[in-house]
Each structure stands twice: as structure tokens, then as C-alpha cells.
Write a protein that binds this ligand. Sequence first.
Ligand SMILES: Nc1ncnc2c1ncn2[C@@H]1O[C@H](COP(=O)(O)OP(=O)(O)OP(=O)(O)O)[C@@H](O)[C@H]1O
Length: 340
Amino acid sequence: MTSGLAIETRGLSKHFGQQAAVDHVDLAVPHGTVFGFLGPNGSGKTTTIRMLLGLAAASAGTVTLLGQEMPDKLHAVLPRVGALVEGPAFYPFLSGAANLHRLDSASPHTVPATRRARVQQALQRVGLEHAAGKRVHAYSLGMKQRLGIANALLSPRDLLVLDEPTNGLDPQGTREVRNLVRSLAHQGTTVFVSSHLLAEVDQMCTHAAVMSAGKLVAQGPLAELRQAGSTRLRLVTPDGGAARQILAGLGLVPGLGDAEGEPARSGRPGPQAPEPRRPQPDGETIVAALDASLQPAVLPEDVVARLVQAGVRVRGFAVERESLEDRFVALTGEGFDVAQ
Ligand SMILES: Nc1ncnc2c1ncn2[C@@H]1O[C@H](COP(=O)(O)OP(=O)(O)OP(=O)(O)O)[C@@H](O)[C@H]1O
């Protein structure tokens, strides 16, 4: 392992006819992270995961898993990777433990002599040891999903790849799976987990990548993704005309706040209808994005100083940092689901 990355892709692409389901994706997943693979439904997450695991051929690009080229080194790498992609098919009238025995014996890489102990340990890791003898048809959805993860843990793994592991679960099942992912990461396994829910990734993950329409639009530590959001200034003044001139002179593009006094949203895709000017009792609310790339840098305190210097009366001034939610909605479009 030279790159220090558990997963690395370069220019990874997959076409279905004319459609680019995955379009030149460069993923970099560091070892030891819980990496959230975030994006709305249909953005290309499952297709990417299938290519990572050698379940689908790439149209272009490369995949390196645990330092080894895929799919060339598939047989050497896959025993070190646990995956929950389509969910294994369980026999409903066999117990959880019996199902794991069956699945483990179907794998060519496992050692039969240690099977009993490994099944027991995997059930224990996902908190199902008490339900080991229970038939799977009596399991809740959350228990079935945990059994699927137990199946991925039947051998020691360096990397776990989980595709939407909380999909279809009730809040209790969702909590169970989230806690499980966190505890697996504590034990040192790199976890790559896809989700269409920002809140979920926010709660479980240390890092994230964001997919939108087949393209990777952001990735990195969650703390950095939060920092990368834009900053807005919100100014309330009875001297709107003069204030606009000052802001424009500093290289900022002033817009008008909306009728409720909320700032105009910047950075969102979609048509930008001109906002009607409405008289406000306290004066005009002007919103301007503070562009971090401006040279020399413009600080909020510089803006206030210039406004006051020019005799602009300031009734209100606020610095607003775009939330992670705002940022991801801006990156992926309005269809992005932030709930739960
Ligand atoms: N076998 C296929 N044949 C044709 N189109 C496909 C195929 N598999 C996926 N697609 C298309 O590729 C795009 C990406 O799908 P994908 O399942 O990878 O997205 P996703 O982000 O995992 O979404 P979801 O969470 O809904 O599964 C979608 O437009 C989908 O319809």
C-alpha cells in the first residue's frame, strides 16, 4: 500500500448507452476513515460501488483497492473486503447462525475449521448473538440488515463497503446500523458507506464524497467540507444605494434579501429571477457572498469600516456561514434529501 488510501479511483466511468451513470470519478478514501458516499437517488453511487468490487466492468478509468489494482487482483483483494451491496439472500426458515454457516461455506476463501467460531464472533459484533438460533423470518428489517453486515464480517476485513445499509429501516433499525458502523470503525476497519441522507453521513462519518448526476462534486474530511462553504454578509441599512456602491467597489456582488428579511440564497442552481424590491421598515436588507478567492482578501470587518467611513448608516450586520446542508443542496440540486 503506497498511497495510504483504502480506495482510489482515477477517471472511473460507466456508460449505459448514451448515459454516463458514472463520469470520471476520482475517489480518495484514506485508511481508517468512515467515508460517506453521499448523493441523491440515481446519482451513480451503486454503479460506482459495483465497479469498486469488480461486480461491474468500468467503461474507463482505474480502481485501486487496498493498494491493489482491480479487477486484476480481485482474488487477492476481495477476501480482505466485506461488502453489503444487494443484501445477501437469506433462507427465512433457517436461523441467523445457520444462514451465516451456509454463506461462509459457499465462499472458496474461508477455513471450515474456524467457521463456528467466526460465525459466533460475527453475530456478536453486530449484536445478534441472542438471536443466533432464531429463524430469519422472525427478524426485524434492522436485524436482517445487521445479519447482512455480520455476513460481511465473517472473515477479518480491512475494508467494509456498505451500500445504503439503512435503506428501508425504521428509526430503531437505523440507529442500530449507525451505531454498528461507528463501532466497526473504532475497531480499525475502513468503512465506505453510501447514503442519500446528509444527516446520516453527518452522524456516522469522518469523511465524505458527494455525487451528483454521475460526477464527484466534493470530497474530503467532513470538517473541511463544512469550512469550504461560502460566507455571506447580511446588511440592513436605510442607505441601500450607497452601500451597494461600496460593496461593489470591494469586489462583492450585492443582492437583495427576500421579503421576510431572509438572505437571498446564493450558489443555488436554477433560474435566478430578479428579486422585487419591497420597502422594509428598517431599510434595505442587502446580502453579498464573501468570495474567499478575492485578492486581496476582504474581511467582514473591512466591509463595516468602509461602510462607516463612507457615511452609510448600518442598522444590522451579520456574517452567515453556509451550513453543510446548504452546501450539499447547492452541490447536488434541490432533489437532495437531508431528512432523518
Ligand atoms: N444496468 C443498468 N442499465 C441502465 N441504466 C442503469 C443501470 N444501472 C444503473 N443505471 C442508471 O444509472 C444511473 C445511476 O444509478 P445508480 O443505481 O448507480 O445510482 P444510485 O446513486 O445508487 O441511486 P439509488 O440510491 O437510487 O440506487 C441511474 O440513472 C440509473 O437509472
